[in-house]
Ligand binder design. Structure first.
Ligand code: NAP
Length: 517
């Protein structure tokens, strides 16, 4: 499609900003953007005074070779740009732009103050080619939709508002701005930073003209901007519509979650018109009211299911209409299914933890040592109880191990007392996890010598110190990645009623892990 003068686009676009600083790099990135994106924004303010004329000259020479609509932007520093420019500098830049470039560009981005300064005067670029933009890097004001509507009264062809989404709730006002302005004019609206990600992915499906995608990590023109590849391949942003099914993971923080990689790959492989989003939620009550419960939510979207992660697995429970017996016994919900007007809670950590174990050993009657007494230990104990295993929970705090032992009918003992008298050892502590205590083990190597199977729920790194020692001691080992995949596969089954594409999910989880810090 093209971004014509008067045409209101009907297809969503992914626009790649070119943000390189030297002339040669800038032009090379422009060629890349022309190849991979649907539109290209030339962030000319990224160029120094000596590079800018060279880029404009060479751009004129290659106009015939570029195939995508071009947006020119020359942003002053205080509005998110890279150059110190007063309004006279900006006006001179636009007024001196060669006529062939003005003819060639699809849009010129004029900040609101520049548009207002031109009241009644002839614009340097025809109004039909002007985007009127306004940025707020501090937050998303309550009156954003009204402000965007006022901007729509100005002569520019397109309204753009980009504001910092401090919280997920800020996305509501961004979506409302799209709803209200798109009735009158093409609009671009997005929330910056991670809480705003849903706006970047869903804006085109909800009527916005385009969304921005960086050419590569590090080339973002604003915080929280995904790459073109992520928008296209991970989120399939260009194919979504208002009717698309929405899934997501709620947590705080959710930035490092592997769930979007696994679930989006699975939804795509299953051919579903669906997307799975990271949803940075700080207040579960507000989130359920405004985004989830069909009777009260303020966003008209086809939300079908949620993964729930730390710290919300308990807090979500009072909001649910039905909680499965398993989730109730574990005391935590990690999966929500939105069915009709009702919310159902499940816990797939039990099946997730047990499936890989069942594949390698029959735990019936086996002596099992569970290390740790937190959330994952509860899921493991619930699963082992169903299988009739003889479990002892080893923890550092009897106030945690005691109640768990009582509920699931297990033994309880101090962690340091474990001396190897178990057939299966399952680590449910974070000891050995990257960013926590990588390289450490919850047990001394000699305690492992008599355990035929050692299972570590930690998946990052894939081989923990505990597993390394267990292998050296001749034990069979099982890593946490298999649980991560199995619990996600179970979620997929609950949401869609379909058999999960486990191989695809496993590959996505592995690929994702490689890119983790
Ligand atoms: P949690 O609820 O915080 O529980 C952690 C448990 O470990 C608590 O009992 C805690 O003791 C104990 N612990 C923490 N640091 C310790 C230390 N230095 N020495 C002794 N005990 C210590 O966490 P969780 O949700 O159960 O998760 C635990 C681990 O499992 C995480 O590292 C996570 O990576 C992994 N996990 C993996 C999957 C998967 O899909 N593979 C799923 C869930 C969890 P206190 O009781 O005294 O606080």
């Amino acid at each position: 499609m093209t971004l014509g003068k008067t045409q209101t686009p009907t297809l969503p676009l992914i626009c790649a900003p070119v943000t390189e600083r030297g002339a040669a790099d800038f032009l090379a990135a422009l060629d890349d953007a022309d190849r991979v994106a649907d539109a290209v924004e030339l962030r000319l303010d990224y160029l120094g005074a000596e590079d800018l004329p060279e880029v404009l000259d060479r751009l004129r020479a290659r106009l015939g070779r570029l195939s995508k609509p071009l947006i020119f932007t020359f942003r002053p520093r205080e509005q998110g740009g890279q150059r110190d420019l007063d309004i006279c500098d900006r006006l001179s830049f636009w007024r001196e732009l060669p006529p062939d470039l003005i003819r060639a560009l699809a849009y010129a981005d004029f900040e609101l103050d520049l548009v207002e300064s031109l009241a009644g005067a002839a614009p340097p670029v025809p109004w039909a080619k002007v985007i009127c933009s306004w940025h707020d890097f501090g937050g998303t004001p309550d009156d954003l939709p009204a402000r965007a509507e006022r901007m729509a009264q100005l002569p520019a062809a397109v309204v753009k508002v980009a504001t910092r989404a401090r919280r997920l709730g800020d996305c509501l006002r961004v979506f409302e701005a799209i709803d209200r302005v798109s009735r009158a004019k093409p609009v671009i609206a997005l929330g910056m930073e991670l809480p705003g990600l849903p706006t970047r992915v869903l804006a085109p499906a909800r009527g916005a003209l385009l969304t921005f995608g960086a050419l590569r990590p590090g080339a973002e023109s604003a915080a929280g901007q995904p790459t073109v590849g992520e928008l296209r391949e991970l989120y399939r942003a260009g194919r979504l519509s208002r009717a698309s099914e929405i899934y997501g993971v709620i947590g705080h923080p959710v930035g490092h979650s592997r769930s979007p990689a696994m679930h989006n790959a699975a939804l795509a492989a299953a051919g579903r018109d669906a997307v799975y989003l990271p949803l940075e939620v700080d207040d579960v009550d507000e989130f359920v009211r405004d985004f989830v419960r069909p009777a009260t939510r303020r966003l008209d979207w086809n939300l079908r299911g949620l993964s729930v992660t730390i710290p919300h697995k308990l807090a979500i429970m009072p909001h649910l209409d039905v909680v499965s017996a398993e989730a109730a016994s574990v005391g935590a919900v990690n999966t929500v299914i939105v069915e009709g007007g009702k919310l159902r809670g499940e816990n797939t950590d039990v099946a997730g933890a047990m499936r890989p174990l069942d594949e390698v050993i029959d735990a019936r009657g086996a002596r099992v040592a569970v290390l740790g007494a937190g959330g994952s230990a509860r899921a493991v104990c619930a699963g082992l109880q169903e299988r009739g295993a003889q479990v002892t929970v080893y923890g550092r705090d009897t106030r945690r191990t005691g109640p768990l032992a009582e509920q699931f009918g297990t033994g309880a003992a101090p962690l340091e007392s474990f001396a190897g008298n178990a057939e299966i050892v399952i680590n449910c502590t974070p000891i050995g996890m990257r960013g926590h205590s990588e390289g450490q083990s919850p047990l001394p190597p000699e305690a492992l010598a008599r355990a035929p199977l050692v299972y570590d729920l930690i998946y990052n790194p894939e081989e923990t110190e505990l597993l390394r020692q267990a292998r050296a001691a001749g034990c069979r080992t099982l890593g946490g990645l298999s649980m991560l995949i199995a619990q996600a596969a179970e979620q997929f089954r609950l949401w869609t009623g379909e058999e999960p594409p486990v191989g695809v999910m496993a590959e996505a989880a592995r690929r994702g892990l490689e890119s983790l810090p």
